[in-house]
Design a protein around this ligand. Structure first.
Ligand code: ADP
Length: 499
């Protein structure tokens, strides 16, 4: 890789956005932080500063929550019909589609991810999320309940929006995480204060412009940029926030739970993972190799569902290790804005340092580095796609979430599915898993035995707006997407009328 990282040219819309002053969206207005402070946003491939955004803190969160409360209680949003809400949410999908290329560029620049993936998955997935969730706005009905109490009764339930929602999102899929959070909350009729990750605030601010263009009333969506320990913490503990939805690390998830206890706000959490990919001897090995490599290298391994523990049956172990290494070698590494690149930098220096620390720990504990294992170049936060073999359950690299392009391979020789599931379940996480086999019984029996919120068969990192997604164990609370997510954003009210 060249020493100086070349940044491909940006389109005119992205250039124009970057040249604008970046402010936060509060009550329908673009504003600076009350403190006047800003922080720099970096291109992780070149380490150049690409923007400055407001460093919002408690004072700004207070204003944003107050605006969201007013919009929820008394604004036009509180009287809007479900059909009008549905149209607005849908139209946000259309606006994202109109500006898809610009949003994909921003995402590649800010996060480092390959622009081709950003266009297809991050932007494409966000469009579909708004469109799918729009439909729920007109489908959130309660029920008539047949009670047996003496007398004549008409008993029914209503589903009402939960109220003011705080949403804290991570940096690995900045736009898509905003879409996952905003779309269902808006469909349900909530109002929102969204805090994007400090590493990647830009696409959320561009989305804020689209939200105003779509015509959402003032205060319905507020976007506060800032650090987790200040703005994020203030939002999590705010006594006038009814619900907090968080995606990020398990460690911060636990802080969110504590902060939420003050007013017992509702909490949903989508946290870390250490997901197994299990290859049985009868699998289509070409597919399994390509699929398990992509499971860990996609998005530079910065996926909560990343297939970071690869279990290969001992009869195919050597082939799998060799194949995944070959796949790693095929990846074109470079600036995410280059459409031919398929592995970008990690998001930040901090993240690279963390991943490098894990690589050192792996070596010290006796893992064999079959390919990769080092940082790349002297500019940008690049780490080689890495395969660690001869790993075992006691190693730090096997137990903890690395969130980088590093897979730990282990072999198994058991045909007893319970024994195989025991390997897979030997983790405090339970977000996702994949099973690679041609045997239907093995596939579906394993799906039952694995303790994880999602199980993929002959694929990994699957997603769809209709797919309920979330974790068992320390991978989280609740499900996002699908009809399940609407539970997060609604309260059930039971009404009993004596006739
Ligand atoms: P990562 O470790 O991958 O950066 P984090 O869990 O730290 O993930 O960050 C996810 C989101 O949580 C970001 O928006 C971040 O600003 C926010 N955050 C970090 N610390 C806190 C905190 N103490 N309270 C609330 N939000 C936080």
């Amino acid at each position: 890789m060249a020493t100086a990282m070349y940044r491909p040219a940006l389109g005119s819309a992205t250039t124009a956005f970057l040249a604008r002053k970046h402010q936060m969206l509060i009550d329908g207005q673009w504003v600076d932080a009350r403190s006047g402070q800003t922080f720099a946003v970096e291109d992780p491939a070149t380490q150049e500063v690409i923007a400055h955004v407001p460093a919002g803190d408690k004072a700004d969160i207070d204003l944003a929550v107050a605006a969201a409360r007013r919009a929820f209680e008394t604004g036009p949003w509180s009287r809007i019909s479900p059909a009008a809400r549905q149209r607005l949410v849908w139209s946000l999908g259309d606006l994202i589609e109109r500006d898809a290329d610009e949003l994909a560029e921003l995402e590649a620049l800010d996060n480092g991810k390959p622009v081709t993936n950003a266009r297809r998955d991050d932007v494409g997935g966000s469009i579909e999320m708004f469109r799918y969730m729009a439909g729920w706005a007109t489908r959130l009905n309660g029920e008539q309940i047949p009670v047996s109490s003496p007398g004549d009764w008409h008993v029914y339930s209503l589903r009402e929006p939960v109220g003011v929602v705080g949403q804290i999102i991570p940096w690995n899929f900045p736009l898509m995480m905003a879409a996952w959070k905003l779309a269902p909350a808006l469909a349900a009729g909530c109002t929102i204060v969204l805090k994007p990750a400090e590493q990647t605030p830009l696409s959320a601010l561009r989305l804020g412009e689209l939200i105003l263009e779509a015509g959402f009333p003032d205060g319905v969506v507020n976007i506060v940029t800032g650090y987790g320990e200040t703005a994020g913490a203030a939002l999590a503990e705010h006594s006038d926030v009814d619900k907090i939805a968080f995606t990020g690390s398990t460690e911060v998830g636990k802080l969110i739970v504590k902060a939420a206890a003050g007013n017992l706000k509702r909490v949903s959490l989508e946290l870390g993972g250490k997901s197994p990919a299990i290859v049985f001897p009868d699998a289509d090995l070409d597919r399994a190799i390509a699929g398990t490599a992509s499971a860990i290298f996609y998005n530079q391994g910065q996926c909560c569902t990343a297939g970071s523990r690869l279990f290969a049956h001992q009869s195919v172990y050597d082939k799998i290790v060799e194949g995944v290494c070959q796949e790693a070698g095929k990846l074109k590494v470079g600036h995410g804005l280059d459409p031919s690149v398929n592995l970008g930098p990690l998001v930040s220096n901090e993240q690279r340092t963390r991943v490098v620390g894990f690589l050192e720990a792996g070596r010290q504990e006796g893992a064999e580095v079959v390919t990769g294992g080092k940082v790349m170049g002297d500019q940008g936060y690049f780490v080689e796609p890495t395969v660690l073999a001869r790993t075992d359950r006691t190693m730090k690299v096997v137990r903890e979430e690395i969130f980088g392009p590093v897979v730990c391979v282990q072999s198994f020789d058991d045909s007893d599915l319970d024994a195989v599931a025991k390997f897979a379940n030997d983790t405090e996480y339970g977000l996702s898993a994949s099973v690679w086999t041609r045997n239907l019984k093995v596939a579906h029996m394993m799906a039952r035995k694995i303790r994880a919120g999602t199980v993929c068969i002959n694929t990994h990192n699957y997603g769809d707006p209709a797919w309920p997604f979330g974790g068992y164990k320390q991978s989280g609370w609740g499900r996002e997407m699908g009809k399940e997510v609407m539970e997060h954003y609604t309260e059930t009210k039971a009404v009993a009328a004596r006739l």
